[in-house]
Write a protein that binds this ligand. Structure first.
Ligand code: SF4
Length: 161
């Protein structure tokens, strides 16, 4: 259902651009439009601001560190953990071509005093990152801005009608 809604929106935007040479500056939508691939299409390909809640399932529910506890360096590419150690990727893409995996090393994680809060069941910490994560970062940064709030109110008014 989510994919169908996002697919319909893409088609509408493409047809409008093709027939009328019109392209919006922003797209206001609910979380049905917040999948990583849709956000990537909006941000990177269409240069349209996504005023959309981001779908993010990276928060862990078991009390161990979520990905948000790690710092990403967009320039050099590694993640840095709360202990200041580096998690790197081989560059291989998994999950049907959608995900990079970043790994810590057993040498760091094994003796780490935060291991039980970080990776109690594995020798070293593992983090996944969508290949579309940059677009999600852009969408997250827009949330709460005056323009985003305006879009949210406009969308509610339209949906009520
Ligand atoms: S267990 Fe590893 S990744 Fe986690 S905080 Fe310690 S050194 Fe960092």
């Amino acid at each position: 259902m989510r994919q169908a809604e996002a697919g319909a929106a893409r088609t509408m935007l493409e047809r409008t651009a093709e027939r009328f040479r019109l392209k919006p500056k922003r797209l206001a939508g609910d979380s049905a439009y917040g999948e990583a691939e849709m956000l990537h299409w909006l941000v990177e390909e269409q240069k349209i601001e996504p005023h959309v809640p981001v779908i993010d399932k990276s928060t862990r529910q078991d009390g161990t560190f979520s990905r948000a506890e790690f710092t990403y360096d967009a320039g050099a590419d590694p993640y840095t953990c709360p202990e200041g150690k580096t998690l790197t990727t081989s560059g291989r893409i998994v999950n049907e071509g959608t995900t990079h995996i970043y790994l810590g090393i057993t040498f760091d994680c094994g003796p780490c005093h935060l291991k039980q809060q970080c990776c109690p069941n594995t020798p070293a910490r593992r983090i996944t990152r969508s290949i579309y994560e940059n677009a999600r970062v852009v969408a997250r940064a827009l949330k709460g801005t005056p323009a985003f709030e305006q879009s949210r109110q406009d969308r509610k008014r339209v949906e009520m009608v």
